[in-house]
Design a protein around this ligand. Structure first.
Ligand code: C2E
Ligand code: MG
Ligand code: MG
Length: 717
């Protein structure tokens, strides 16, 4: 019921309430009226009956006294004219009916008057009255009259009819009035509700409800408007805050975008530096071909496939014939160009999946995995020979080049990478001996005739005794003052039998057969003695950098050798720097860390040579007690034109700055490189631009000239 009431509109509720109240009020008024009217009518009826009874009693005294019942009946005859009288009875003193009257058609049972006195009694549908009949103060009989209630009931029915009509008319009027009047209450409420709805749709909080009555609705409107004032104020504040927030979000988003872009570009740079460094570590700087390290990896991988799949693979060792002549006569630039052309042509001759690598100088190697027959290697070798035989135009020269190729085959000529490469190398020498420009398969007899290796090794064993080693010194320049601040000692071997051999070639050999230990000690003592001479000549601020090999630092007791050499020469340890290549340090990082720490404690400086080529991790570098980093010349060569090299150089410069290390830039051989590193804030450089490695007397002359002029000048190009 309540739910139904809740769901109907207020005006209907008002109508209902008013109708209900009106009905109740009217019903109650009607009931009061009807009851009072009925009581009144009943009283009148009773009184009339009593009057009639008294009249009959008075007129029937004689009839009773004389027992004249017809006279008594006649007396009651007027009752016929009374519509409502049903019956009348006169009883004698003995309560026996004396005379009676009945309206036609009505028969009633005569009541027993015993004990009755003058009395009126109302029953459901009739009224009866008893009255005494007296004569001279004595009762002589009783009169009884009975009347129906028809008149009363008719009147009641009439009244009911009137009440119903009045009620209906009143309700109708009340309804009509209510329909008109209810607007006094509902109109302001509807206005409020309409405004509330409009506000919620339009979000326009400046709207207000109208109405200024002083009743509760007026108060409600006022409160509603006050609430809107508050909402409007908060809305304005909210909008203002929202605006500020949006502005801040936009600003912050812009800042984040900028930061993201910076981060992305830093990440890109870092990735490209890392990729570039990895590429540099695995590729030849001049030709872009894989280097020895990458080739070795590939041979290992292909060997494991070949073992599993029981296939055959070939390793071809190539050496260009008489390349040295071209290099010496036409210059290194032409030599380099020629090597690049050779690299391109080699690539052209091979299938996808084959590898061609440059081992250094004019040596190349080709890996042919999964060959069908041993003869395939020879076929490809000859294809290469033909391809390289085509003349090459370089710097205005038409060059003719041939190549000698040695071939070794897995599984016949070796089961591991080292043996296969060594045997291909041996057979390449055999090809040279056999007149060059040909391919030669390895045969087991050749092992004995690994002449080059043998000759080189025997010569190396005697070189120290025969005093064939020399030291050259390359100045290290402070480019802020253009002054020589130190030199690097570089070993030279000019064998009377073989000729000049690069340290890059004989030092790995000396490391392999252990000769590096006595050779290295000789270099150490010789360099320190030379330094002492320069100091004695008045150039006592000059330092010397001495290269150490991995074998030297891994041999226990090296620190004693150094101590002894320092004592013998009488030089200050602080003027000595020991260079160790990144590769050598990483070979055995644990031993390197221990030994280098011991050396450092003796007061000498430690430099990391050829930095950037070993692709070692920063965490390793931080473990080593390094004072100086030498940026490898492979990164310097194409600066400032090669963007990748520029990025690597900048990254390494930033790294040394943050780790508080000194940086020496190697291989600066032109003004543009010098300008670039000056701009990057680098202080120390080494390179052909200032000087090639030269003899000790030349260094002395340069130092003396510097003492006079105050500086050295780069060679003008
Ligand atoms: P390194 O220690 O990095 O020496 C620098 C090499 O770069 C030297 O080659 C030097 O001649 C060359 N170089 C310097 N400036 C330029 C330049 O502007 N352009 C070019 N193209 N090259 C430049 P070198 O003397 O042939 O030495 C090669 C490597 O042999 C040395 O590299 C070092 O690792 C090793 N080595 C040399 N002497 C010794 C030594 O006494 N002991 C040991 N263990 N290794 C040595
Ligand atoms: Mg060095
Ligand atoms: Mg170096």
């Amino acid at each position: 019921m309540m739910r139904i009431l809740n769901n109907i509109p207020i005006r209907r509720k008002l109508t209902l309430i008013i109708m209900l109240i009106s009905t109740v009020a009217l019903l109650m008024a009607s009931a009061a009226f009807i009851i009072s009217d009925r009581l009144h009518t009943e009283k009148n009826l009773g009184n009339n009956l009593l009057i009639m009874a008294d009249m009959i009693a008075a007129n029937s005294t004689a009839a009773l006294l004389f027992r004249d019942s017809p006279a008594a009946i006649e007396t009651m005859g007027f009752l016929d004219s009374q519509d409502n009288i049903q019956a009348g009875v006169i009883y004698d003193i003995n309560h026996s009916p004396f005379a009676s009257y009945h309206k036609k058609g009505i028969t009633i049972e005569l009541p027993e008057p015993a004990g009755q006195t003058q009395n009126i009694m109302f029953w459901d549908d009739y009224v009866e009255v008893f009255a005494d009949i007296d004569y001279e103060g004595e009762q002589i009989g009783i009169i009884y009259l009975r009347s129906d209630m028809q008149a009363i009931n008719d009147r009641l029915a009439l009244f009911f009819g009137i009440v119903v009509i009045v009620l209906l008319a009143s309700l109708l009027v009340a309804f009509a009035l209510n329909e008109r009047m209810q607007y006094i209450i509902t109109a302001p409420l509807l206005r409020l509700s309409a405004i509330a709805r409009q506000i919620s749709i339009e979000r326009n909080y400046s709207l207000r409800a109208t109405g200024n009555s002083r009743d509760e609705l007026g108060t409600l409107t006022k409160d509603f408007n006050a609430m809107l004032d508050e909402i409007e104020m908060r809305d304005k504040k909210l909008k203002q805050n929202q605006g500020e927030l949006e502005e801040r979000v936009v600003k912050r988003t812009r800042e984040l975008e900028v930061t993201n872009k910076k981060l992305a570009s830093a990440k890109q740079q870092a990735e490209s530096v890392a990729m570039r460094m990895q590429h540099q570590a695995q590729h030849d700087g001049l030709t872009g071909l894989p280097n020895r390290a990458l080739l070795n990896d590939r041979i290992q991988i292909e060997l494991s496939h070949a073992r599993r799949e029981e296939t055959t693979l070939a390793v071809l060792f190539l050496d260009l014939d008489r390349f040295k002549i071209i290099n010496d006569s036409l210059g290194h630039a032409t030599g380099d160009q020629l090597l690049c052309v050779v690299a391109r042509r080699l690539r052209k001759c091979l299938r996808e999946g084959d590898t061609v690598a440059r081992l250094g100088g004019d040596e190349f190697m080709v890996l042919l995995p999964r060959i069908n027959a041993v003869a395939d290697a020879d076929q490809i070798g000859n294809k290469i020979i033909d391809e390289l035989a085509r003349p090459v135009s370089c710097n205005g020269h038409k060059l003719h080049i041939t190549t000698s190729i040695g071939i070794s085959i897995y599984p016949y000529d070796g089961s591991d990478a080292n043996t296969l490469v060594k045997n291909a190398d041996i057979s390449m020498y055999r090809a040279k001996e056999l007149g060059r420009n040909k391919t030669v398969y390895f045969t087991s007899e050749m092992n004995a005739g690994s002449r080059k290796q043998l000759v080189l090794e025997t010569s190396l064993r005697n070189a120290l005794e025969k005093n064939e080693f020399k030291l050259r010194y390359q100045p290290k320049i402070d480019i802020n003052s253009n002054r020589i601040v130190g030199v690097e000692a570089l070993l030279r071997w000019d064998s009377p039998g073989i000729g000049f051999i690069s340290p890059r070639e004989f030092i790995p050999l000396a490391e392999e057969n252990g000769l590096i230990i006595p050779i290295g000690e000789w270099v150490l003592r010789q360099s320190l003695a030379q330094l002492k001479e320069w100091h004695m000549a008045g150039h006592d601020d000059i330092t010397i950098a001495i290269n150490l090999s991995a074998a030297q630092i891994s041999k226990p007791g090296f620190e004693d050798v150094l101590k002894d050499a320092l004592l013998e020469s009488g030089t200050n340890p602080a003027c000595t720097e020991l260079e160790i290549t990144e590769h050598a340090a990483m070979k055995n990082i644990e031993t390197a860390t221990i030994t280098l720490n011991k050396l450092k404690k003796m007061g000498v400086g430690i430099a990391m040579d050829d930095f950037g080529t070993g692709y070692s991790s920063l965490s390793y570098l931080r473990r080593l007690p390094i004072d100086t980093v030498k940026l490898d010349r492979s990164f310097v060569h194409e600066i400032p034109d090669n963007n990748g090299d520029v990025l690597i150089a900048q990254a390494i410069i930033a790294m040394t700055e943050s780790l508080n290390m000194e940086l020496v830039v190697e291989g600066v051989d032109n003004e543009r490189q010098l300008e670039f590193f000056k701009q990057q804030g680098c202080r120390l450089v080494q390179g052909f631009l200032f000087s090639k490695p030269v003899g000790a007397d030349k260094i002395l002359a340069m130092l003396q000239a510097q003492a006079i002029t105050g500086s050295v000048q780069p060679a003008r190009q």
